[in-house]
Design a binder for this molecule. Structure first.
Ligand SMILES: Cc1cc2nc3c(=O)[nH]c(=O)nc-3n(C[C@H](O)[C@H](O)[C@H](O)COP(=O)(O)OP(=O)(O)OC[C@H]3O[C@@H](n4cnc5c(N)ncnc54)[C@H](O)[C@@H]3O)c2cc1C
Length: 384
């Protein structure tokens, strides 16, 4: 099989590693302990060309691809999963989704600002009473004289406390439509910034729309076609965000191999004990299997973006494995693993989000089982 990674990708991996090592490594613990969002480091990612990595150069992007976005997620996830989560919400969930579905004038007006980091972006789908059942949203846009008036609220939105641009899903009658909403729009307000168990430093909050007027030109894609955009967006989001947890798992495994090779108990290094070796062997196998599934899902995202099965399979397995690997990493570190000065307890808290964001583990299982049964009923085969 041909490698996913070209020379350009290899160079990009080196440069994002270098950027993260210089700008994030020294503050990764502070991001967690102080729930600190390093806004300047984030906005500066635009100047380096990382924010608009999938966007053509004529719109201010770097003209690269999803593989590049996945590489950035993996390397950020290795150093700081919350920073990687905020990056994913901005660059994939919001910006890439806008570029794929937006009109020419929306691309000209909004995309360059999101690529440069002048604006931070969010995707606002979840509401207080609709999470997994996203289409049951209550936020509604009613037609007015030259556009729509939106009323409603969104919650648990990554980057909401800072974002200037929101990709918003709303009801339009029985159907759904996506809209571009700006924080400067009259009727827009922000609510609580949540304090979280993990992914601290990735700001998560509420937003409210109170008789917020948008002209027709703010519809993203076609009116009443929001459901299709939402479903396709979720596929891409699952594939790209799964790489955060691949990076996190790699970090947890590396810390564990190093610690087990240094820590002596009973007159010998703990990595000479078979029970520790068993842990390392399972951790490594699950990490490698996650990599194959993530990369398989990425290939399918590039070739056929509507393939929900591989996207759900990849993130289902990778998120569960990252949590398993981080938990085993903590156990290998013994009592020190439980102490905040050691990174592994943070990795475990961050890993747990992997089973909640981008559709929960339960919803992913539902998608996988449904797609298997659909395929079997139509051609008697299990999909490869
Ligand atoms: C840190 C963080 C960042 C987030 N960022 C964003 C963001 O940027 N944008 C955004 O729109 N949302 C975001 N979310 C919201 C996230 O997508 C939702 O939390 C998630 O989809 C689950 O919805 P819920 O929390 O309402 O849980 P619910 O849907 O109420 O689920 C509760 C439980 O019931 C289970 N369940 C629900 N339905 C079914 C079913 N049909 N079958 C079996 N089990 C089921 C779930 O799996 C879960 O275990 C974020 C959440 C967090 C925690």
């Amino acid at each position: 099989m041909q490698s996913l990674y070209s020379d350009t990708h290899i160079e990009l991996r080196d440069s994002i590693k270098e950027y993260a090592k210089r700008n994030l490594s020294p503050i990764a613990a502070k991001i967690d302990s102080d729930d600190y969002f390093p806004e300047n480091v984030f906005r500066n990612m635009g100047k380096q060309g990382f924010l608009g990595v999938t966007i053509p150069e004529e719109y201010g992007g770097s003209g690269l691809d999803y593989t590049s976005q996945a590489i950035i997620e993996e390397e950020l996830g290795y150093i700081s999963a919350p920073f990687a989560l905020s990056y994913g919400a901005h660059s994939n969930l919001c910006l890439d989704n806008l570029f794929r579905n937006g009109s020419k004038s929306q691309k000209e007006e909004f995309v360059p600002k999101l690529c440069s980091g002048e604006w931070i972006g969010s995707l606002a789908m979840t509401e207080p009473s609709s999470g997994s059942d996203a289409l049951a949203m209550k936020t509604a846009a009613l037609p007015d004289k030259d556009g729509f008036t939106i009323n409603g609220s969104k919650t648990l939105i990554t980057n909401a406390p800072y974002a200037e641009f929101f990709f918003v899903y709303s009801r339009t009658g029985e159907a759904h439509t996506s809209f571009a909403v700006l924080s400067s729009d009259k009727g827009f307000s922000r609510g609580t910034k949540f304090s979280k168990m993990g992914m601290r430093g990735s700001p998560t909050g509420e937003v409210f729309f109170d008789n917020l007027h948008v002209p027709k030109g703010r519809i993203i894609g076609a009116e009443n076609h929001g459901k299709e955009i939402l479903m396709n967006g979720l596929n891409s989001e699952r594939v790209i965000l799964s790489f955060i947890f691949l990076g996190l798992a790699r970090r947890a495994l590396e810390l564990s191999v190093r610690y087990a090779g240094e820590r002596e108990q009973g007159g010998q290094l703990i990595d000479s004990y078979e029970l520790i070796q068993e842990k390392l062997a399972y951790m490594y196998s699950r990490y490698r299997a996650s990599r194959f599934l993530c990369e398989d899902a990425l290939r399918k995202l590039i070739d056929s973006p509507r393939d929900g099965l591989s996207a759900a399979t990849g993130i289902l397995y990778t998120a569960e494995s990252a949590e398993y690997i981080a938990r085993e990493a903590l156990q290998i570190h013994g009592g020190y693993g439980y102490i905040k000065d050691f990174e592994v307890e943070r990795l475990l808290r961050d890993a747990i989000l992997g089973q909640i964001g981008a559709g929960t583990t339960e919803i992913r299982k539902h998608i996988v089982a449904r797609e298997l049964s659909k395929s079997f009923q139509s051609n008697g085969n299990i999909p490869e």
